[in-house]
Ligand binder design. Structure first.
Ligand SMILES: [Zn+2]
Length: 375
């Protein structure tokens, strides 16, 4: 038996892999950080026997409640990811699985590789409506890439989407893939109508270094990018600095920041109710967006989510709050589950890459229904 993780977004430390009945592994911390939760490794064994795999430090990970009712994902072909029996005893996370083939990958959620990210942006740029902008480089020397879709014009709304500030939240880039696929479909009436009214500025991956390194939450030097929006620097958080500069230059009429939540088995949004200048207009826009998305898909709901911020008590280092306040615009954090949508469970795949992409498509329709009211 061999267990390896030396590949794009791999993360595991082998403690003892001598006996299939008691495999002991640890999840590595993000570099220069205490956060850990993302795992991704490959098991090779020509004997297709039952493997009992313990992640022995799961109980001290960033979001311990994330392991309750959680099932890990596995894949033989790295295309189709399915849930496997997983238990958490308060200390260790245990996956019990009998492989049907010689090699199988396990992960926290369906991975979204750096190579796939490159494929996504390279193919997008070939669309007539799309321009690829290279904003600069990350600390590890990767490109910070923004896609501009549509043509600027008088009265056109400026709509921004960012994803994967937290690199372990791969569902955020799966969401982006579905969103872009629909926005760039020239046969899609919703996309065509929207591009008459708006220009889209899209950053499909805000944290390419953390993504490649197999981090949960931070960039190459341990910065949680979604706490850097008030005072980003090129030394510590160039990813935020570069995108924020663009926003200040171009302007923002609407902002969506795409994430995944470890604990809650629902899709939900978090808004700007705690911002200093939040008012009735902001609130009405938020309600309009949520009502429309609920009408469009049963995957979304507004009953369960984060506790609301008290008026004026928002954390202004968070992207959604900073953008909402700076530009007095509709701004949401969209959260998807690592587990499943409890309102519409699928026991084979749970919440999945495909479902994330479909939600991205549905959010485009939702934008179509609010675009005229943004200003
Ligand atoms: Zn997040």
């Amino acid at each position: 038996m061999q267990i390896t993780a030396n590949f794009d977004s791999g993360n595991i430390k082998v403690i003892d892999a001598t006996s299939p009945g008691n495999v002991q592994l640890e999840i590595n911390k993000d570099n220069q950080s205490e956060f850990y939760q993302w795992f991704h490794f490959k098991l090779h064994n020509n004997d297709h026997v039952e493997h009992v795999i313990h992640l022995i430090n799961a109980g001290k990970s960033a979001y311990v409640e994330g392991w309750d009712d959680y099932q890990a994902v596995a894949s033989y072909d790295r295309e189709h990811w399915f849930r496997v029996p997983t238990e958490f005893d308060g200390e260790k996370l245990t996956i019990t699985f009998t492989p049907e083939f010689d090699s199988v990958y396990f992960a926290y959620f369906a991975p979204y590789s750096y190579e796939r990210h490159q494929d996504l942006i390279q193919s997008a740029q070939m669309d007539i409506d799309c321009q690829m902008l290279l904003l600069g480089q990350t600390i590890d020397g990767r490109d910070m890439t923004m896609l501009k879709i549509g043509e600027e014009g008088k009265g056109k709304k400026k709509i921004w989407l960012t994803a994967r500030q937290h690199p372990g939240e791969t569902m955020a880039e799966w969401f982006m893939e579905g969103f872009l696929d629909r926005l760039l479909d020239e046969d899609d009436g919703v996309a065509r109508a929207l591009l008459d009214k708006a220009v889209f500025y899209v950053v499909p991956n805000m944290n390419p270094d953390g993504s490649y390194r197999g981090h949960l939450r931070t960039n190459a030097v341990g910065a949680n990018l979604n706490r850097e929006w008030l005072e980003p620097t090129m030394e510590r958080s160039p990813e935020v600095y570069l995108v924020r500069e663009q926003m200040l230059e171009i302007g923002v009429d609407m902002f969506l920041d795409i994430h995944g939540d470890e604990a809650l088995p629902y899709n939900f949004v978090a808004g700007c109710e705690g911002n200093p200048s939040y008012d009735e207009r902001n609130k009405a826009l938020e309600e309009q967006f949520k009502k429309m998305l609920i009408a469009i898909t049963p995957e979304f709901q507004d009953e369960v989510g984060y506790d609301k911020d008290e008026p004026g008590k928002a954390n202004m280092t968070v992207a959604t709050n900073w953008v909402g306040e700076q530009f007095d615009c509709l701004a949401f954090t969209i959260e998807m589950p690592f587990k499943d949508n409890a309102l519409l469970p699928d026991h084979i795949v749970g919440w999945s890459d495909e479902r994330s992409s479909l939600l991205g498509r549905d959010v485009l329709t939702t934008i179509y229904h609010v675009v005229d009211d943004l200003r």
